[in-house]
Design a protein around this ligand. Structure first.
Ligand SMILES: Cc1cc2nc3c(=O)[nH]c(=O)nc-3n(C[C@H](O)[C@H](O)[C@H](O)COP(=O)(O)OP(=O)(O)OC[C@H]3O[C@@H](n4cnc5c(N)ncnc54)[C@H](O)[C@@H]3O)c2cc1C
Length: 499
């Protein structure tokens, strides 16, 4: 499906990006400043449906990655320009700082190593502090923590808001988007590639960025490039309702032979979460949550924050890291097809590095011969959807006077109005999850139990499609199952239906 109707679509795009996660959308956003024709091809019904949907949302300071790696370089650069990107795109970002907690001498040695690698990576303003100093920065930290690594440049953001905002901004600057278009094969034709998709659609492009997340190895193989492979590593989370026990800083545990430890953190929306676990698996589609995962998270989270109110848990979710066979980000032109540029193996800290990866991809494209000339009138600014719940009373009165739909609350848990939902749909939400990620309808404590029917109606009305075609997240994830509707219709009277 060509999303950007009315756009002057060329026969051959200068550049096509495969994958609408944070990496593909950040690349599209940056490339939209140049005078080139640009397309984004995404298998799902929306952007931000892969790893960019379910992660910790941390803009890491950069002490974790091995010195000299692409991860280290791009993490530190990404962190440095995060404020500017989020500011221009109207995305929440708070440099609340992170603490890595040590509970014993082995942990303390691990902190010292992290500090050294942070120095080597160029992370600014870190310090090794005592347990009491850590508790002064974050009173919820356990009394058992004896030392901490403090990194004030770490921050929190909304990963899907950032991805959506990059896409909206790129689109406003001329990007064409093909949703529901999974690239399944590639032909070469003279100076360009023909990217063939399910259902017979095809997109032609001279240069291609492979930002297909977990499937980047399969996309590479379509170009006869089998130089790397990608394995999924699952991370489970528990999300907690807003509560007094929510910490204000990001709290890590010292890495050990048992793994990286579990993190307790505030989200950009004021909730708290515990996670992620780390489980290697073979199935690239299995993002289920487990009882064992939740139990492990509960146990480890209380180690960092003994007062964490785990009874405030409102949901569990998981995300799949795309772990590349090289152990580092794979960001380079393909040796087989130099006009194919890989952005693969983008596990953590991919969210943090996204703006810097976008810069690097533009440099590689230019080095491979794509002329990148700035186009006049590029606008880096994208206005966010105004949140009714965050408005002053005066502003609320003003928007309701302008359009009464802003006074009609649909999601009671998060106080989301019809006006916000209509705006989300106008900007491109096509599914329940698309609405949820844009304006939080269904994100609160009842998880959509009350507002889902109303959101279905609004999606149907605004998109001009039948209610029974509305999906949770595209594909076959229909919200209304046929037989339920049919049996209700089949009753002769309301009394019969009730009986
Ligand atoms: C549990 C977990 C925690 C994390 N925490 C953090 C963190 O706190 N901080 C941080 O910096 N990073 C974190 N990360 C890493 C970060 O989430 C990822 O690096 C980032 O989201 C990767 O983005 P992406 O665009 O490469 O992949 P994705 O978001 O997965 O996007 C890839 C897209 O490609 C599409 N696609 C795939 N194949 C095709 C095809 N053939 N045709 C068309 N489209 C296709 C998919 O549908 C998908 O939308 C975490 C990751 C996980 C899983």
């Amino acid at each position: 499906m060509l999303e950007a109707d009315g756009l002057n679509r060329p026969d051959v795009f200068d550049c096509a990006v495969i994958g609408g996660g944070v990496i593909g959308c950040a690349a599209a956003r940056l490339l939209s400043r140049y005078d080139i024709s640009l397309a984004l091809i995404e298998a799902s019904e929306d952007v931000s449906t892969g790893a960019s949907r379910a992660n910790s949302g941390i803009a890491h300071a950069g002490y974790d990655a091995a010195p000299g790696s692409a991860m280290a370089r791009l993490n530190v650069r990404g962190s440095a320009i995060y404020g500017q990107w989020c500011g221009e795109l109207g995305v929440p970002f708070e440099r609340c700082g992170s603490l890595v907690l040590a509970f014993g001498e082995t942990d303390s040695r691990a902190l010292a190593e992290l500090y050294e690698s942070g120095l080597a990576n160029g992370v600014p303003d870190m310090s090794l502090i005592s347990g009491d100093e850590a508790r002064a920065l974050e009173p919820r930290v356990s009394p058992d923590a004896i030392r901490a690594l403090w990194a004030p440049t770490a921050g929190i953001t909304s990963p899907y808001q950032l991805t959506i905002a990059c896409w909206e901004n790129a689109r406003a600057n001329g990007l064409a988007t093909f949703f529901d278009t999974r690239v399944t094969g590639v032909d070469c034709s003279g100076d360009h590639f023909i990217l063939n998709a399910d259902g017979g659609a095809s997109v032609r492009a001279r240069y291609v960025i492979n930002a297909a997340g977990l499937f980047a190895d399969e996309v590479a193989r379509m170009f006869a490039d089998s130089s790397f492979s990608i394995k999924p590593r699952k991370g489970e989370y528990i999300l907690l309702d807003r509560d007094d026990s929510t910490p204000r800083r990001v709290l890590f545990q010292a890495p050990s032979a048992m793994g990286k430890g579990v993190l307790v953190s505030p989200t950009a929306d004021g909730n708290a979460f515990a996670g992620p676990t780390a489980l290697d698996q073979t199935d690239k589609a299995d993002a289920s949550t487990t009882r064992e995962g939740a139990d492990e998270l509960r146990r480890l989270a209380l180690r960092s924050v003994p007062g964490l109110n785990l009874r405030a848990a409102i949901t569990a979710f998981s995300g799949l890291r795309a772990v590349g066979s090289t152990g580092d980000f794979i960001i380079r032109a393909s040796d087989i097809q130099p006009r194919l540029i890989h952005a693969a193996g983008i596990a953590s800290p991919g969210l943090t590095s996204a703006p810097a990866i976008a810069e690097e991809l533009a440099d590689i494209l230019a080095a491979q011969g794509l002329a990148l000339k700035e186009k006049p009138g590029w606008n880096p600014v994208r206005a966010p959807i105004e949140r009714f719940a965050a408005m002053t009373t005066e502003r609320q009165a003003e928007v309701i006077a302008d359009d009464p739909r802003w006074g009609h609350v649909i999601c009671r848990c998060e106080t989301v109005t019809e006006g916000e939902i209509v705006e989300a749909i106008r900007r491109g939400a096509r599914s329940m999850d698309g609405v949820k990620r844009r304006v939080r309808a269904g994100m609160g404590r009842c998880q959509g139990g009350f507002c889902a029917p109303r959101v279905i109606e609004l999606l149907s009305r605004e998109r001009g499609v039948p209610m029974d075609s509305i999906t949770k997240s595209g594909g076959g994830s229909l919200m209304l199952a046929g037989p339920i509707r049919e049996s209700a219709r089949g009753f002769a009277s309301e009394e019969e239906a009730r009986a």
